[in-house]
Design a protein around this ligand. Structure first.
Ligand code: SF4
Length: 346
């Protein structure tokens, strides 16, 4: 196993970097507060309005463990709300790099021998859709729980991989890869896998600006969406990382996407260096329900299931949120290094 280079304790777990086949990758091994604390999703029965999420203790890792893997060395996309493009791009992480990150992440909590649910997010650094080994790795994960237990000592009840893509237009295999992931989600995992599309805004100019004209249009995505099979279990997700300047036109979303297949997720866009430099702001996004009220209601009114997820300040300052990267210059703002996960004492 490759050695961990930098290990940063955070309230919700660990952020670490390591040296792998082409250089440094950054990974998270963290807990979760639980849905009752940080989401509003009426369709799931979580109807409480979120007026900020208190810092506190995460659920035990035996109940839920979240590991976020880097899928590329840097990223060839140039999203203006992300610190990853600050790093020189050096290509895809290999299958072995993904596995080594996973094993490193598990090794950080040797006292945990069992987890009910292991969420694997392909999200930290890189655009995962470019990397065929991500799909190979997701297939391996499903079939290798016994091997993982033998290698690491961790018994996993349910493993739940989530692929989040910003939909690069220059990738010829985009549609084919999305459809292959749908098969992995529906057929192999019987629905227990996620597929998320980073949309952020429905305004064509705003989207061109924030994705530097590297993303397909919503109309093009809508054509791909028609070919996607009916989802088993959780619907496919349209992600809106939201700044109150961003436009979410619910009628347009409804015109282009079927609420039987897709749900919408709204999260605040995060306060990283890139957002500061590019003038993208989370206006009131962490303490007040007010910014989310309108888009959440309008998307619900046109028929979508809507999930609003708000991180705590500990999560934001600990850089576990998307678009942050210590290797890309993001700076931790934490004043103490105490891990606050039930059952873990460090
Ligand atoms: S948001 Fe994702 S796709 Fe965009 S630059 Fe960052 S890592 Fe790459």
């Amino acid at each position: 196993m490759n050695a961990i280079k930098t290990l940063i304790p955070l309230p919700t777990g660990y952020l670490f970097t390591g040296n792998y086949s082409k250089g440094n990758l950054e990974t998270l091994s963290i807990g979760d507060y639980g849905k009752a604390k940080n989401i509003k999703a009426d369709f799931l029965g979580y109807t409480k309005i979120i007026e900020g999420v208190q810092n506190g203790y995460c659920q035990p890792l035996t109940e839920k463990w979240v590991i976020t893997l880097s899928t590329q060395y840097g990223c060839p996309m140039k999203c203006t709300f992300c610190d990853v493009p600050n790093l020189k791009f050096k290509g895809n992480a290999t299958f072995e790099d993904l596995k080594a990150q996973l094993y490193n992440a598990i090794s950080l909590f040797p006292e945990i021998k069992y987890t009910e649910r292991l969420n694997i997010h392909f999200a930290r650094m890189g655009e995962p859709i470019f990397n065929k080994d991500v799909l190979k790795f997701a297939k391996w994960l499903y079939n290798s729980k016994k091997q993982i237990q033998k290698d690491t000592g961790l018994r996993i009840e349910v493993v739940h991989p989530v692929l989040t893509t910003s939909l690069p237009k220059r990738y010829k295999r985009l549609e084919e890869t999305i459809l292959e992931w749908c098969e992995i989600k529906n057929d192999l995992y019987n629905g227990q896998a996620g597929l998320q599309f980073s949309i952020n805004s429905t305004d064509t100019k705003q989207r061109k600006d924030m994705f530097q004209n590297m993303q397909i249009t919503l109309e093009e995505l809508s054509e791909i969406a028609k070919k996607m099979p009916e989802p088993i279990s959780r619907k496919y997700t349209l992600n809106f990382a939201y700044s109150t300047d961003f436009v979410i036109d619910a009628k347009k979303v409804r015109r282009l996407f079927n609420p039987e297949k897709f749900m919408c997720k709204i999260t605040p866009i995060h306060n990283n260096n890139a957002c500061t430099t590019n003038g993208i702001k989370t206006v009131g996004g962490y303490d007040s329900w007010q910014p989310y009220q309108k888009p959440e209601k309008e998307l619900r009114d046109v028929g979508f299931d809507v999930l609003v997820f708000v991180p705590s300040i500990d999560e934001e300052d600990g850089l576990v949120t998307c678009g942050n990267l210590v290797l890309g210059g993001s700076k931790l703002k934490l004043s103490e290094n105490i891990i606050k996960i039930h059952g873990i004492s460090r």
